[in-house]
Design a protein around this ligand. Structure first.
Ligand SMILES: Cc1ncc(COP(=O)(O)O)c(C=O)c1O
Length: 336
């Protein structure tokens, strides 16, 4: 791409980002008036990425479509990736491996749980090989992925390592394509968003939305609610991921820390542990719109958004698009 050009078109971005499209797009953009009334927010929409028509849906498909294109270019026969046992990313990566006739090695921190629930059960149905690091430290997954790649290399296999949670430059570019999609959809429907709201775990989704919006020169703000790590850590991660994605695209959008809007007050007791506020937000959205959020990502992001507009830290006015990034397969294993 032209590194000098400050703005890019949807067409130029789509041409520059190859992907293995496994789902039907665009995902629905639905107006949520009853929820808006409850929240006293002016206009509210859900972008239903939970309904992505592959591997039980969710935002991870978008990143993996671009990652897979790179893996196929490199003639990989095995996807090696990891996270925690309830990971949506690992479930989706395993579905990609199955759909493309590849093997998948799933690397999880800790030791094997006694029962197979939620995504962990689905990953097994998808035929992924399971590896446990036997360490509770999440970064143990990163070291173990390297170990599995080496083991496969010794056997003459060509594996492709996808960083924990799919957080890498190619993954980020999948979300840049989501911005192109929403922009086109909004143009067709006559909607002008003021802000995008989403939950941030590894930071890849947030990074992609921010980068895409900047490259298309849109006036949309991106409000991210961290569900996993303190704000500063998340900002560092997002800035690093944006740089990685920029290097692949051959552009430089000059982001500064001040360009990021990330909040970390709604994580609760920790990543993957449902919070009271998150569960209340899930119930509110269920009762007003019949839409199910999840307790790890979207429920906490909604709790954060609700609190911030109620306390006046975010404005009630304007048009909000909440990215429903999915995660429902874990719902029954985490709720009580
Ligand atoms: C359902 C869901 N929503 C949001 C996220 C956060 O995305 P990211 O890790 O790109 O920040 C994830 C990540 O696993 C997810 O599974």
């Amino acid at each position: 791409m032209d590194p000098q050009s400050e703005t890019h078109s949807i067409q130029s971005l789509r041409a520059a980002i190859p992907r293995e499209k496994v789902a039907e797009y665009p995902t629905p953009l639905i107006r949520a008036d009853r929820l808006a009334l409850e929240l006293k927010a002016e206009r509210f929409f859900f972008k239903r990425d939970d309904l992505i028509s592959f591997g039980l849906g969710g935002n991870k498909t978008r990143g993996l479509e671009v990652i897979l294109s790179d893996a196929l270019r490199r003639k990989a026969d095995t996807l090696v990736t990891g996270a925690g046992v309830l990971s949506n990313h690992v479930r989706t990566a395993a579905a990609f491996a199955s759909a493309y006739g590849m093997d998948c090695e799933a690397v999880y921190w800790g030791s094997a749980p006694s029962s197979a629930i939620g995504n962990y059960a689905i990953v097994q149905m998808l035929g992924a090989k399971l590896n446990f690091t036997d360490e509770l430290d999440r970064t143990s997954v990163d070291r173990h992925i390297d170990y599995v790649v080496q083991r496969l290399r010794d056997k003459g296999r060509k594996s492709y390592a996808i960083p924990r949670g799919g957080a890498c430059g190619h993954g980020v570019l999948g979300h840049v394509l989501a911005v192109c999609e929403l922009f086109q959809q909004c143009n067709e429907l006559g909607i002008e968003p003021d802000r995008i709201v989403l939950g941030a775990g590894s930071g890849g989704t947030y990074a992609g939305w921010l980068l895409g919006i900047r490259l298309l020169d849109l006036p949309w703000l991106v409000e991210g609610f961290s569900v996993s790590r303190p704000r500063e850590d998340m900002e560092n991660q997002v800035l690093a991921l944006i740089s990685e994605a920029e290097a692949i695209l051959g552009v430089k959008a000059q982001f500064r820390r001040e360009d990021l809007q990330i909040r970390d007050g709604f994580i609760g007791e920790g990543y993957g542990i449902p919070s009271i506020e998150g569960n209340e937000a899930i119930q509110l959205v269920c009762k007003t719109e019949g839409v199910l959020l999840d307790p790890v990502y979207t429920g906490k992001a909604m709790a954060g958004f609700k609190s911030e507009i109620q306390t006046g830290k975010l404005s009630r006015s304007g048009t909000t698009v909440f990215i429903h990034t999915g995660g429902e397969p874990n719902y029954y294993s985490l709720s009580n």
